[in-house]
Write a protein that binds this ligand. Structure first.
Ligand SMILES: [Zn+2]
Length: 483
């Protein structure tokens, strides 16, 4: 038995793990193996016989699960990781759309995408939709794709350009040339979508972009129900013009009425919920508590590392918290008590895996650990962590106990890309140098003052309320209030 190498060309077996298959029955196997042969999962079960030369990974004490799937991440923005921690959508629109975002050159798109792609696979996110709306030219788009192809993950390029109307860029000869050149031979390793928003303008100027998407046969992903930006009118226009399809992904869908949710449900589309984003940017309340009532399929996403974290553990955790928080709050408002919550840990693990594969039309390919599917496998295990035992409720463990540092090994398309907490064949130094160059360039273009100002929005004044219970003075000698 070999115990080294990245497993390419070799079989790989995870031994004696607690296996969350995420199959239709949500089968959990207590001490089981997952055998990978070539690009596929060969078998899942206890004590598997394996071919000579199989790479063995000891999964005892750990959880083996399908790779996680992020259906909406602006990967280019990772070049400015953490910069917008104190933003709302107001600063985001000003700085990213009008200021710093405009300055991005193709090499800066590359730098952001490359780092974000590495970050994703390191955290066990094996498929990521690159909601790439900084593609001001097709050279930018080439750079985005080059970066995605330089990292051994599964990606979907969602092509967009916030600097122009979708009716402009999508109908340009350059876009068509790019599609023919880079996207004509799409594979399950690199998918393609079109990414643009629908403003609700009654003239429906986005119509030509939807027609292009229909003509070239790619799904549309759109920020829908974003407070102050997109609303029910956009959904209605899409519906009335026949552009709501089962492959359409509605990102956020937070500020919408039941009528729009009914249209989404009836047309079979899904919602990409970015709870960590919705909670602080202001798109609207994270909407799973409403989507449940409309039976709308959900996938999870992290949106952007310019503000938040980039791992789906955070997405699962915040989504559970936001849903339950709202359920309690709604009940308390009518003097009722919630004794049993609706949203379970199992459900968010499902959304982070099968939710994504279904939304992306990849459910026959990835999303669960079943023989015949492509092998995207994550082992959560950390022998040095006091948080890895006891594992009593495995779904709860994934959602509330584990974190990205516990991602021990990751297989994507049958290839080991992380092993024993170390990325395989990825040079972080290159990613660091690229991003440092981009940051230096952006600061140089914007100037130090503007750069600092962009990161530090004004804090509104907090008016402390009058308090009727004000004592005069604390007498420390007497240890009592002076009267
Ligand atoms: Zn977004």
């Amino acid at each position: 038995m070999s115990t080294s190498g990245d497993g390419s060309g070799q079989s790989i077996v995870f031994r004696n793990g607690l296996v969350l298959t995420m199959d239709d029955q949500n089968t959990v196997l207590d001490r089981a193996d997952v055998l990978i042969a070539g690009e596929h999962i060969a078998e899942v079960g206890p004590d598997l016989a394996v071919p000579e030369g199989t790479v063995e990974i000891d999964a005892a004490g750990g959880i083996v699960m399908p790779g996680m799937i992020d259906t909406h991440r602006h990967m280019w923005q990772t070049a400015m990781r953490g910069y917008g921690a104190d933003w709302t959508l107001t600063q985001y629109f000003v700085w990213y759309y009008l200021e710093s975002g405009k300055l991005f050159r193709p090499e800066d798109i590359y730098a952001g995408n490359y780092l974000a792609a590495i970050e994703a696979i390191d955290a066990g996110v094996t498929t990521t939709v690159d909601w790439s709306h900084g593609l001001q030219t097709t050279q930018h788009a080439d750079a985005a794709v080059d970066a995605l192809q330089a990292v051994p993950g599964r990606f979907v390029l969602a092509y967009g350009n916030i600097q122009r109307g979708p009716w402009e860029w999508s109908t340009s000869p350059e876009f068509r040339e790019f599609v023919n050149r880079r996207m004509s031979s799409r594979s399950d390793m690199l998918g393609f979508q079109m990414a643009f928003d629908v403003t609700g303008d009654p003239a429906f100027p986005e119509k030509p972009a939807f027609e292009v998407a229909r003509e070239i046969g790619v799904p549309v992903t759109t920020h829908a129900g974003v407070w102050g930006a997109t609303n029910d009118d956009g959904i209605r226009l899409m519906y009335e013009n026949g552009f709501m399809t089962p492959s359409t992904i509605y990102v956020h869908a937070a500020t919408l009425t039941p009528d729009s949710y009914n249209r989404i449900a009836a047309s079979g589309g899904s919602v990409s919920v970015s709870t960590e984003s919705e909670q602080s940017a202001g798109q609207g309340y994270p909407t799973t508590w409403q989507l449940r009532n409309h039976n709308i399929p959900v996938s999870l996403s992290m949106d952007t590392s310019v503000w938040w974290s980039g791992d789906l553990f955070s997405a699962m955790r915040t989504t559970l918290g936001a849903d339950r928080s709202r359920e309690h709050l709604e009940a308390h408002a009518v003097k009722e008590t919630i004794t049993h919550v609706h949203l379970r840990a199992q459900q968010v693990v499902e959304w982070a895996t099968r939710g994504g594969s279904k939304a992306l039309g990849l459910d026959s390919v990835v999303g669960s650990l079943e023989s015949g599917k492509k092998a995207d496998v994550v082992l959560i295990k950390n022998d040095r962590s006091p948080v890895m035992f006891p594992i009593l409720n495995p779904y709860g463990h994934v959602a509330f106990q584990a974190q990205r540092g516990d991602v021990h090994s990751v297989v994507i398309n049958g290839k080991l890309v992380k092993r024993d907490h170390e990325l395989v064949g990825v040079d972080l130094a290159v990613a660091r140098r690229n991003v440092e160059r981009t940051v230096d360039y952006l600061i140089g273009q914007m100037g130090e003052d503007a750069w600092r100002k962009g990161m530090n929005p004004d804090i509104p004044e907090t008016k402390v309320m009058d308090n009727p219970y004000t004592y005069t003075e604390w007498d420390s000698d007497a240890a009592q209030w002076k009267r």
